[in-house]
Design a protein around this ligand. Sequence first.
Ligand SMILES: *Cc1c(COP(=O)(O)O)cnc(C)c1O
Length: 392
Amino acid sequence: MISAVLPTYNRAPLAFVSGEGSWLLAEDGQRYLDLGAGIAVNALGHAHPALVQTLTEQAAKLWHVSNVYRIPEQERLAAMLVEKTFADTVFFTNSGTETAELAIKMARKYHYENGQPERTEIIAFEGAFHGRSTGAIAAAGSEKMVKGYGPLMPGFTHLPWGDEAALKAALTEGTCAVMIEPIQGEGGIRTAGDAFLKTLRSLCDQTGALLILDEVQSGMGRTGRLFAHEWAGITPDIMMVAKGIGGGFPLGALLATERAAKGMTAGSHGSTYGGNPLGCAVGAKVTELVSDPAFLAEVARKSALFRQGLEALVAAHPQVFEAVRGEGLMLGLKCRALNTDLVKAGYAAGVLTVGAADNVVRLLPALNIPDEDIAEALTRLDRAAAATPKAA
Ligand SMILES: *Cc1c(COP(=O)(O)O)cnc(C)c1O
């Protein structure tokens, strides 16, 4: 008999009742060190006092009003994001998937408005993840995500990850846009690299294609800069943001330049919940805290500390691990053993990690994880690695 909850997840037999910082308390009284952070969502850990205060104060005042009215909390967060990024304008959503939908619509509308309605083809990459809507799965294109869901939204070309020659051949004056994660998350913590992103930016400039960066996982301080593309010294035309921006409250944002947003006039797009006062009040507090240069410097310092320990862990368990990957606190352990076995051994060792494609285990801790919790994480990961069945 089917479970009351639609069985689309292969769930671990763990249920949590409360959280504090980087720790989760399970129903059975066990404490777990959380290196998954809700898949890069709980950017400031669980039950951060400033976020709890912001949420409860706003909850006592006003939760929701329609976007047919002005929403001052939304205007304030949009102004903050415009001030801190390349963007001139922001649309708020409830999830990353919805930002993918708007990114696709906005890019196509841009060329339509410019008198080139035939420019609809969007280039994306193998191993990508942009969400679960019919548009977002068509954008990602993997067999696993699209099988059985056809007919798919047409207009996507998929290139091998990091293949500059394929990109140069595919990107033409007929291309609508390129959609890419600066660091693939679900794809296995695979970095595009600064040189590739620079080449991509200049090819987009030459052809007039728009550059859409999916920073849903890599953004909001995760790499030690507010957004990962800042390391490459480039800016996108359109950027997808979600996960960390709400710190656990469902919130997404689509950021764009004025030029790219050309076709998005009144009535061209909308959302019932997107940008409501409750979500935007929390999002503004998260943005204020994570965009502080001192906070970002701490992310970079913690990353170096964690990474050094992880390199030693990999060296100590050569039959379990191959290498450490990633940037900032968006890290991956490329495994020789089965990544799923390591994640499972982590449960027994009281440490939570998340699997990814390419046989990688992801480490996406709260950005404010204390140094002593990093040390404890390394101890527990070492215990988990020792208990992981070795590669055959
Ligand atoms: C999680 C994720 C999405 C989808 O976000 P949802 O909030 O689950 O819809 C899109 N892109 C990337 C890179 C992601 O990591």
